[in-house]
Design a protein around this ligand. Structure first.
Ligand SMILES: Cc1cc2nc3c(=O)[nH]c(=O)nc-3n(C[C@H](O)[C@H](O)[C@H](O)COP(=O)(O)OP(=O)(O)OC[C@H]3O[C@@H](n4cnc5c(N)ncnc54)[C@H](O)[C@@H]3O)c2cc1C
Length: 450
């Protein structure tokens, strides 16, 4: 293939890159999207189970995700409510499984009260932040100087309440140990969703799934873009000047007046920029790292837990399998349970050989829904940190102090090079919503310059 000449070269066909390209094409611009993998979608990936779509990457859509909802409507993609009927299960430190209904796991009166106070403290701080610029808050430096763990130890007098909040923020979103990131970084993901209700409550953050699987969203976006999207095209080099870019993706070369690099910022070190990017950007990239998460799906002939009055949803902050949900297709057959081994739990699980890990995870499922969980007909796992073109998930985040040192530069363009991806998004930070918003924002910035 010779050199393509376009207005804008987009690097990466995840939701951010595709959203950027869609916006540019709608404005009448020539675009090419270069994607390293042999597929589009990045951190969103369908898998077929029993002839029906399921997911190994991002999947749930929350009501606050208004851009995702609008795209799905425009693309004619249906949603269905996640299955959550029946009782949920909480497994406490004593290993006893307790059924409960409604929002709150039964921690006991003292822990419940401590949890409620701490949760509203987090909510209040998060709501003070501008999700687009949390580093600008008057107390940003103070909140960025202490670890999330230190905040828990200082402010939450109850161990169980601390365990649950640590499980949500460190395990559920940051996918890193709570002593490795700051209170401010933890607050950013809460602010990006609009508050703890939107982010922590399963009926909000896990409200809907996408019929046909979440990868349908990027697949349809790519379908509309047609030949403008080129897969198997890992970008290895970008020569740039104020006049434009020349992008080297092996068998494809593209020249553009502007570029949008829509890949997680921890991956841009794999691209040789000529001239080299400025020092501030190289330091920023070194200060970021991805969390680690393994998504696991276990398959059963039918969702047997439903016959026992269980929703399939459960939490156990002290266990390897810290969370479980019913991930069966809308037809209800086959039954599918899903969990996410994240942060320290993922690191521990990855030290086990695959058979031992499978046994440990199925034991974990059994602690919520009974022994039948050990008889899975299929067991599927994906360690996102072993994916060359992602290297972790859910997002790249800073260590203590990083957000206030480097946050303001996260989206700062360099000559004709602009940045997009959920990792640098404000609203919808770390989620599909952030990917769309970040892609559209980069496209708008580029359009203003063309
Ligand atoms: C297990 C898991 C569960 C999740 N759960 C949810 C959820 O329930 N709800 C939700 O909203 N979000 C969820 N997310 C997050 C969501 O999937 C991401 O926020 C979103 O998909 C990120 O999109 P993106 O375009 O910003 O980045 P990516 O999807 O990472 O896209 C970047 C693209 O760039 C490509 N690329 C990288 N380097 C190069 C290169 N050098 N040259 C060319 N191409 C390159 C990659 O292959 C990739 O396709 C989850 C993610 C994971 C992994």
């Amino acid at each position: 293939m010779g050199q393509l000449d376009v207005d804008v070269v987009v690097v990466g066909a995840g939701i951010a890159g595709l959203s950027a390209a869609r916006t540019l094409v709608a404005a009448g611009r020539d675009v090419v999207v270069l994607e390293a993998r042999d597929r589009v979608g990045g951190r969103v990936l369908n898998i077929e189970i029993g002839g029906q779509a399921n997911e190994l990457g991002g999947q749930w859509v929350a009501p606050y995700q208004t851009c995702v909802l609008a795209y799905l409507r425009e693309l004619g993609i249906q949603l269905f409510p996640s299955f959550r009927d029946g009782s949920h299960v909480y497994v406490g430190a004593d290993g006893v499984a307790r059924r409960y209904d409604g929002h709150d796991a039964p921690l006991g009166d003292v822990s419940d009260a401590a949890y409620a106070v701490a949760e509203s403290a987090l909510d209040a701080m998060a709501k003070e932040l501008d999700p687009e610029a949390p580093w600008e808050h008057p107390r940003a430096r103070e909140w960025d100087s202490i670890t999330f763990e230190a905040w828990l130890q200082n402010e939450v007098p109850d161990a169980l309440a601390r365990d649950l909040l640590r499980a949500w923020v460190a395990g559920g979103f940051m996918t890193k140990p709570a002593h490795t990131f700051s209170l401010l970084q933890g607050l950013w993901v809460i602010a990006g969703a609009g508050g703890v209700y939107e982010l922590f409550e399963p009926e909000q953050c896990l409200a809907y799934r996408i019929a046909g699987g979440s990868q349908l969203l990027p697949l349809r976006l790519a379908e509309d873009l047609g030949e403008r999207v080129i897969v198997d095209a890992p970008v290895r080099g970008i020569r740039w000047s104020e006049a434009g870019v020349e992008v080297d993706a092996g068998h494809v070369r593209a020249a553009g007046r502007q570029a949008i690099v829509a890949i997680p910022p921890n991956l841009t070190v794999g691209i040789r920029f000529e001239p080299a990017l400025p020092g501030w950007r190289l330091r920023l990239e070194q200060a970021l790292s991805q969390g680690v998460v393994i998504k696991v799906l276990a398959v059963y002939d039918h969702p047997f837990w439903r016959e026992d009055g269980l929703s399939g949803q459960g939490f156990a902050p002290g266990q390897l399998v810290r969370e479980v949900y019913d991930n069966s297709p809308p037809s209800g057959e086959p039954g599918v349970l899903v969990t996410f081994l994240a942060g320290e739990n993922a690191e521990a699980a990855l030290r086990l050989d695959p058979a031992a890990r499978r046994a440990a995870v199925l034991d974990g499922f059994a602690s919520y829904v009974g022994d039948e969980a050990r008889e899975a007909t299929d067991y599927i796992e994906l360690d996102w940190s072993a994916e060359e073109w992602t290297r972790g998930a859910y997002a790249a985040t800073f260590g203590v102090g990083g957000l206030t040192r480097f946050g303001a530069d996260l989206r700062r363009p360099i000559g004709p090079i602009h940045w997009a991806c959920t990792d640098i998004a404000g609203v919808g930070h770390m989620h599909m919503e952030g990917a769309i918003r970040s892609g559209e924002a980069a496209a708008a910035a580029v359009l203003a310059l063309l």
